[in-house]
Design a protein around this ligand. Sequence first.
Ligand SMILES: Nc1ncnc2c1ncn2[C@@H]1O[C@H](COP(=O)(O)OP(=O)(O)OP(=O)(O)O)[C@@H](O)[C@H]1O
Ligand SMILES: [Mg+2]
Length: 181
Amino acid sequence: MTVPMTAGSQAASDYVLRVENLGKVYGGAVALRDVSLAIRRGSIHGLLGENGAGKSTLVGIMSGQRQPTTGTLYLDGVAIGHADVPSMEEAGVFLVTQEPMIIDHLSAAENLMLGIWPRRFGFVNWRKLRKDAARMLAGTGIDLDSPAGKLDAVARGASSTSCAPCSAAARSSSSTSRRRP
Ligand SMILES: Nc1ncnc2c1ncn2[C@@H]1O[C@H](COP(=O)(O)OP(=O)(O)OP(=O)(O)O)[C@@H](O)[C@H]1O
Ligand SMILES: [Mg+2]
């Protein structure tokens, strides 16, 4: 995939997330070649391409899940040396995948906070977990205590999307100790 940057006359710092000259090689396969893309705060972008074009690779790199072979990622105009998932989530970049990662026998609340369950004195702080989850799920109609396996496809998707701000907030709080896998 080769994507030109559409920066126009905007200054580099106007962009919340930017990649420049990204390349990704898997063994002998070139997935990305010289990809540059700039995303302004508050804007919405669509990324289209045929199968194998490199879409997953690109968003994987932008979310810290994969490392580029070449090129640079910038957050608010600042070059990031090594982007990983926790640091990107803390910066507000969260990848919601098509296939939500949900553990059926855990409750909706437990799934929502998966990997970032709040702790107190070394134990899971269930009261805070439910309180935080209730806040994140407000208005979705999803029952906190419902086993995730019983949620329908729409609720599973909504639950997965609700994780994003929740996870980012939890990462910048000192009350959590585990990482989302
Ligand atoms: N882990 C990997 N190991 C080797 N090659 C890979 C790996 N992941 C992706 N590729 C190759 O990199 C190229 C881009 O793949 P990628 O999955 O990013 O494309 P995509 O646009 O997301 O495709 P799709 O529409 O099928 O999801 C493809 O040629 C693919 O075979
Ligand atoms: Mg893909």
